[in-house]
Design a protein around this ligand. Sequence first.
Ligand SMILES: *[C@@H]1O[C@H](CO)[C@@H](O)[C@H](O)[C@H]1NC(C)=O
Ligand SMILES: *[C@@H]1O[C@H](CO)[C@@H](O)[C@H](O)[C@H]1NC(C)=O
Length: 325
Amino acid sequence: SLEVVRMYVFFDASSWTVEVPSSVSGLQGSCIMIPCSFNYPEPDEKPSKLTGIWFKDTHDTIYHPDSSSIIKDYRGRTELVGDLRQKNCSLRIDPLHRSDKGPFTFRIEMEDHDKYSYIHDTVSIAVNSPDPPSLSVREEVKVGEEVSISCSVSHSCPSDSPLLTWSHSGTSSVQSQQLTNGQWKVTSSLTFTPSSTDHNQSLVCTAEYRGGKTVKMSKTLNVKCKWTTLVLGSACTSDISMVTCLCIVDSEPPSTVEWSLPDGPLPTLPSTRVERHGSVTMVTLQRALGFSETVHCHAHNTQGNATLSFTLSTNGKVNSGGSVS
Ligand SMILES: *[C@@H]1O[C@H](CO)[C@@H](O)[C@H](O)[C@H]1NC(C)=O
Ligand SMILES: *[C@@H]1O[C@H](CO)[C@@H](O)[C@H](O)[C@H]1NC(C)=O
């Protein structure tokens, strides 16, 4: 089986092959790195010198260690970032021009040995505008419960990762990940604790690329509030002829508050005054004194409802008890 291993190595290491993506996308003005690795039939003696060359179409040299052989348009913009001894022929173009479409071909020249152009595997470049970031946020977040939201963009220039910023304060962390085809993905995660004022506000993630180009993505926050119950204060006072009851409800979202008789539909008793201050709703009921009855203060919002009962007695004394659901 040693032979089998050797045969495998022989096949693998002994052909003129190159591995490049057929297309890499990049952003005009940014940089691009074309990932490239190559192979060649192993000569008996290690070549003393390897020269890596990249050209466009069939003859225009776009990279050569001797920069005078590079065509003018590419001079100073190309760099062989791969280590040829490691069979790495990765090429960096910086900055990328709109016309840098390719196709580009790698060529290896070994001193006193073979030279080879890998013309069957070329790479083209698609020069694109950046895509807007993708933003992941749950459909619904809750007041007071920490959430983590992530925003990511892909790019072609690992040395110049786009800067991701958030419209909301919080703790953010950034991660970078290499994808296939010369693309990287940078992700920023923002952790914060939403408050009720965040509801219906847009959360914006902005990606700024080198050169100042920015792309944004925003999402409206749907902050569900816990029913922050209920009757903060409720009291009835009476004078000679009237009893006045005040029901105060603090809830998010604000509640509708109505007075009713125990078995009646809502509202069976018109409120004399309704006041709203943010999440607090205050509703006043005035009744003529002189009979005994139970009235309900009924509060409801999208999250639930609550009822508080008052028993008004002829002597002006008031008892109350509540239930929340
Ligand atoms: C080739 O070199 C580049 C630049 O140094 C590096 O990012 C890449 O990981 C290398 N590829 C391999 C297959 O080692
Ligand atoms: C949310 O905001 C939009 C635009 O600012 C507004 O038109 C809408 O009425 C708001 N909705 C709620 C439920 O506050």
